[in-house]
Design a protein around this ligand. Structure first.
Ligand SMILES: Cc1cc2nc3c(=O)[nH]c(=O)nc-3n(C[C@H](O)[C@H](O)[C@H](O)COP(=O)(O)OP(=O)(O)OC[C@H]3O[C@@H](n4cnc5c(N)ncnc54)[C@H](O)[C@@H]3O)c2cc1C
Length: 431
């Protein structure tokens, strides 16, 4: 039996595929990294990279490159605006767990790809894979791109949220369910004063809008539509523009006369797929639904899942076992690392959509209690602390008391104004 040219072929060189290729190449595994694009290539994204992802970037040498070249900005000021318009802003520079940073994907993704190449991965660009086939007898995968063929012992699918290849194999079912817009606002044309703010707009919940500043003062404005609330993906364009034009706080933060590019949008597959492995094959990143169902962020899980996939494949090569049974340990690994939190995140997103008052409460309590409370909350949202920390007295007691107060006050005042006017408000159907 002839040996295939590669031990592993990774399809898709986004953060998931390129990170996986880096970890594999570092272990001396022969890896081909295939992408339909030529790098640098853009990817529609909110550009927020949280500390969990920064750790992988540091290990790869990419974080230092970004910092040295002035290509990233650590979000040292910012926070969120609640559905009722309570602004909860903090100086997160003081947070010992770290802060998110912004970096344009056209820069970030190329840096990771080059790191993978330097580690020894063979990058094959402008290589759109049309289909993948498995030779049962030889135990090899072939990736087909027109009349070109790449053969490898194992295949890693990292082709993004549409997950077309895994769907063609029946490993992933259905399309992605969430969507997000992106538009850059030119630096120097706006009045935005902080580094990053999430706008928890009532009609978007559990989705939200966000603005993050880049080092050159450009802003990234994006609008996430996440399942569980009233907004659906087909509302994206209208909501994106409505927020910019009519949300009084966003308008105040941006000022008038800023220059903004046309909106683009892309899909998100949330919450992890039930089976991310098959014979000689693993699925990683967005293709495997490795996106937080509450925040819509996925770069950190793309990289963490990629490392777990590389660990699993290294074990497989040592053991000479590539069957689905052996590779199923990958599912356990990513589930143990981050997947087990997806259930809580989904529940939290539905709660937020049902009770926007909870987010108002969070903002009020955070403003009253100051940075300690804000950082404890931010650490949970960034995955630095477990969800169970919400039950700790430091967070749970003030939240529960304030939530009860807020819930009663808001619902009572809305019911009263409805009675007075004899009219229904758009949100009264929730009462
Ligand atoms: C608008 C938006 C905003 C977001 N904001 C954030 C954020 O602020 N922070 C965050 O952490 N996450 C964010 N996310 C999620 C984040 O973008 C993804 O989780 C991340 O890009 C996942 O990386 P990936 O490598 O799995 O997929 P991708 O980055 O999508 O990479 C997939 C790669 O596969 C290639 N490819 C696809 N099909 C083929 C094929 N047939 N043959 C060869 N190559 C192929 C593509 O060219 C691409 O390079 C956002 C997503 C969207 C859509």
């Amino acid at each position: 039996m002839t040996k295939p040219s590669f031990d592993v072929a990774v399809v898709g060189a986004g953060p998931a595929g390129a990170t996986c290729a880096w970890y594999l190449a570092k272990r001396g595994i022969r890896v081909a990294l295939l992408d339909k694009a030529r790098f640098p290539r853009d990817k529609f994204c909110g550009d927020a990279v949280i500390p969990r992802a920064q750790r992988h970037l540091r290990r790869m040498g990419v974080l230092d490159q970004l910092i040295d070249a002035g290509e990233c900005l650590f979000t040292t000021s910012g926070g969120f605006v609640s559905p009722s318009g309570i602004e909860c802003l903090s100086d997160s520079e003081q947070n010992p767990s770290g802060t998110p940073m912004s970096v344009k994907r056209i820069i970030l993704d190329e840096r990771i790809v080059r790191a993978a190449q330097s580690a020894g991965a063979e990058l094959l660009e402008e290589m759109r894979i049309d289909k993948v086939t498995f030779d049962d007898r030889a135990g090899t995968w072939t990736a087909h791109s027109g009349n070109k063929r790449i053969e490898a012992r194992t295949l890693v699918l990292a082709d993004g949220a549409q997950s077309k290849l895994a769907r063609s194999l029946g490993i992933v079912e259905g399309g992605p369910e969430a969507i997000c817009s992106r538009a850059f606002i030119e630096g120097g044309t706006h009045h935005f004063e902080t580094d990053g703010i999430c706008y928890m707009e009532r009609e978007l919940l559990p989705g939200y809008a966000a603005i993050f500043r880049h080092p050159n003062d450009e802003l990234n404005f994006c609008t996430y539509i996440i399942p569980g609330g009233k907004a659906v993906p087909s509302d994206l364009k209208a909501l994106h523009h409505r927020l910019l034009e009519h949300n009084p706080i966003i308008r105040r933060h941006l000022g008038s006369g800023y220059e903004i590019e046309p909106m683009r949008g892309a899909w998100l597959r949330l919450g992890g797929i039930p089976r991310s492995y098959a014979d000689n094959l693993l699925v990683i990143g967005d293709a495997a639904g490795h996106i937080d169902p509450l925040t819509g962020e996925g770069i950190q899980f793309a990289m963490e899942g990629a490392e777990k996939a590389a660990d699993t494949l290294a074990e497989a090569f040592r053991a000479g076992r590539f069957d689905a049974d052996f590779l199923s340990v990958y599912q356990d690994k990513w589930h143990g690392e981050f997947g087990h939190k997806f259930g809580f995140a989904k529940t939290a997103s539905r709660l937020m959509a049902r009770y926007p008052e909870l987010v108002d409460t969070m903002a009020k309590v955070a403003n009253e209690r100051g940075d300690d409370f804000f950082f404890a909350w931010a650490d949970i949202m960034m995955g630095e602390a477990p969800w169970s920390d919400f039950l700790k007295p430091k967070l749970a007691v003030p939240m529960a008391a304030a939530a009860a107060r807020e819930l009663l006050t808001q619902r009572w005042s809305r019911a009263r104004s409805r009675l007075r006017s004899g009219q229904k408000t758009p949100y009264d159907s929730r009462i």
